[in-house]
Design a protein around this ligand. Structure first.
Ligand code: NDP
Length: 300
């Protein structure tokens, strides 16, 4: 007779059931976890409860149900609103590991971690790098930072959410920082696409028609990033392959193309303004990477 003991049942609590929290809870159900849920708006748990998840009757019960608690909230203030709402909820934090996957600043993440730690809990900060439909898939990743031991202990459970994880270090702010750096690229890049779609639309071209060209443009960005990264680190802004004066003229053409098309020009004007400030500072003959210096301090 085989005598192997059955593996202990894995379990997790998910607090916050926006699109991300719902996808995470679903991924845990898919992997056979016992899942306990809590959300300010309880109806968002309905489909998950039908699949076998348990909706806790209070935040306190949700916390006490499992040692591993995943938070997926709009920001860190929502964590205080939920977990700090009652004395009993606050005291239920003791002994739990809270994996906070809510977006916020590095400073807010550090302060949130201190708050949890002072209440006797363990905090890990996380920054998820994929949209809800890709949660639970292998080629996705999440930044983590905080106590290494907690990350190592829960790594397998965390990699149910995204197939890969990128541990950045003990400083609780690091995962938030890496996430925000990602967002600082992502949002302007997407707005650049919306701008392109608006101009193209004014000329009778659909977003789908221009999409392959935009995709090709984005795909080529890696070469520019690689090329300029080492020059930025070396403080080399020689105008040997590009000049800011050229960039200024080029952005002027984009602004005029947008205004001639009768669409919003706020976004290209903001970019144009950065080139103009570099030229006004006497760097028109330098590479447009010179803008990094200008952008490394508050705008005048
Ligand atoms: P949502 O903002 O849609 O989800 C918000 C969740 O936070 C809901 O459960 C909401 O409760 C709860 N919440 C917000 N404020 C409060 C409050 N004051 N009190 C109690 N509960 C509150 O976000 P997503 O699910 O889309 O994302 C969750 C996190 O993941 C965010 O920080 C987001 O930046 C990040 N993220 C999102 C991605 C995406 O594509 N969606 C991709 C990568 C990261 P209720 O249901 O009651 O409103």
């Amino acid at each position: 007779m085989p005598s192997s003991a059955a593996a202990p049942q894995q379990s997790v609590t998910v607090i916050g059931l926006g699109p991300m929290g719902q996808a995470m809870a679903a991924a845990y159900l898919d992997r056979g976890y016992d899942v306990t849920l809590w959300n300010r708006t309880p109806s968002r748990a309905d489909a998950l409860v039908q699949r076998g998840a348990i909706l806790a009757e209070s935040v306190e019960h949700a916390l006490l149900a499992n040692e591993l608690v995943v938070l997926s909230l709009t920001d860190f203030d929502a964590m205080y609103a939920i977990l700090g709402s009652t004395k009993s909820a606050k005291s239920a934090i003791a002994g739990r590991t809270l994996v906070n996957l809510s977006s916020d600043t590095p400073e807010k993440a550090r302060a949130g971690a201190r708050w949890v730690t002072d209440l006797g809990g363990t905090h890990l900060t996380g920054g998820v790098l994929c949209p809800p439909p890709l949660i639970g898939t292998p080629d996705t990743s999440t930044f983590y930072s905080g106590p290494r031991e907690a990350y190592d202990t829960h790594r397998a459970a965390l990699e149910v959410i995204t197939g890969k994880s990128d541990y950045r270090g003990e400083d609780q702010g690091l995962a938030a920082l890496m996430y925000q750096l990602n967002m600082a690229v992502f949002w302007p890049a997407m707005i650049a696409f919306w701008q392109t779609a608006a101009i193209a639309g004014a000329h009778g071209l659909t977003a789908q028609e221009i999409a392959p060209y935009v995709t090709e443009n984005f795909a080529g960005m890696g070469h520019f990033v690689d090329f300029y990264a080492s020059r930025i680190d070396a403080g080399n802004h020689a105008g040997d392959v590009d000049r800011t004066a050229m960039g200024l003229a080029s952005m002027e053409h984009v602004v005029h193309t947008a205004s001639d098309a009768g669409v919003d020009t706020a976004f290209p004007e903001a970019v144009h303004d950065i080139f103009r400030r570099v030229v006004d500072a006497g760097h028109g003959a330098d590479s447009f990477s010179r803008a990094v210096e200008l952008m490394s301090r508050p705008a005048a």
